[in-house]
Write a protein that binds this ligand. Structure first.
Ligand SMILES: [Zn+2]
Length: 291
């Protein structure tokens, strides 16, 4: 029965990507997702294995699950190295596929939000360090983050990765998605986790919350008109954490939703897609197991 189940789960995981996989059931190593710039990928290895992605040591759950992301500007290959409990290693070089990014020009921004005044630089620096700490958490919880949901219903008005030209000046790319919604619309936690940052006056992001989902994955919610949670608070998926607004660097009411893996911003729309695929494969497995 166990053998049959392992074979089945191997089939389900490899079916998504057509990936090569370890030959024996004792040294399992599968990856779910596509190695495209900005994407999130799940991995499954024999429980007790150690995993290094690039130069980052990742957390592996007691069931052998882990998760990682591909940076927006990554090129070449990304190596995923697994050391099985037996001491045997298996390294997969993932060939990173480039993505064509959009170019977005915004011309109605107050100049202070394009080139901040000198007296604000210290505050911006401190806030950036706090955000970096919150996004760098590598917490191990009982399981890797499950199916994500879009935190606000609405039209995506700006996608991940766009090269930005603000008031005519080339600036950093857009590292989340913007969802247009009315001021006061409820913002919901995209997955379960613990609030790691809640700042009512972030210079660029306005009223901002970050949730740590464990395994290096965090999500952020910016420009809100109200924050309903405090740092350290545990939240369930779908729980209301604040309200849509237009605080910080914003030209109108919307939610800027970001997802990061160990401070690497990844594409929230891909996170929705790949996490849904993984969840549906989990359901298939459970159904089959019960039969
Ligand atoms: Zn945005």
């Amino acid at each position: 029965m166990t053998k049959y189940f392992l074979f089945l789960s191997a089939f389900i995981f490899s079916a998504f990507i057509g990936f090569s996989h370890a030959e024996s059931a004792t040294n399992r190593f599968y990856i779910l997702g596509n190695a495209v710039q900005g994407n999130m990928l799940y991995g499954k290895v024999t429980p007790g294995s150690k995993v290094i992605v690039g130069d980052k040591k990742v957390q592996v759950s007691s069931k052998g699950d882990f998760v990682f992301g591909i940076p927006r500007d990554a090129k070449g290959t990304l190596k995923v190295k697994v050391t099985f409990p037996s001491g045997i290693t298996d390294t997969r070089p993932l060939l990173i596929q480039a993505k064509k990014w959009q170019i977005q020009a915004l011309n109605d921004l107050p100049q202070k939000h394009v080139n901040p005044p000198a007296e604000e630089l210290q505050k911006i620096k401190i806030q950036a360090a706090d955000v970096k700490n919150a996004r760098g958490l590598n917490t191990k919880t009982s399981s890797v983050p499950g199916c994500f949901m879009q935190p606000v219903k609405g039209i995506v008005s700006s996608v991940f990765g766009s090269q930005r030209i603000l008031n005519g000046e080339p600036k950093n790319p857009h590292l989340g998605i913007d969802i247009a919604a009315k001021t006061g619309t409820e913002v919901k936690a995209s997955a379960a986790g613990t609030v790691s940052y809640a700042e009512p006056d972030n210079y660029y992001n306005g009223q901002m919350v970050i949730i740590d989902h464990g395994y290096g994955i965090s999500s952020s919610y910016s420009h809100m008109s109200k924050i309903n949670v405090t740092v350290g608070q545990k939240v369930k998926k779908g729980e209301v954490i604040g309200l849509v607004g237009s605080t910080g660097r914003s030209t109108g009411p919307h939610l800027h939703w970001g997802v990061s893996w160990l401070n690497t911003p990844i594409n929230p729309q891909n996170v929705l897609k790949v996490s849904a695929k993984r969840c549906s494969s989990g359901k298939q497995k459970r159904v089959t197991k019960n039969q």
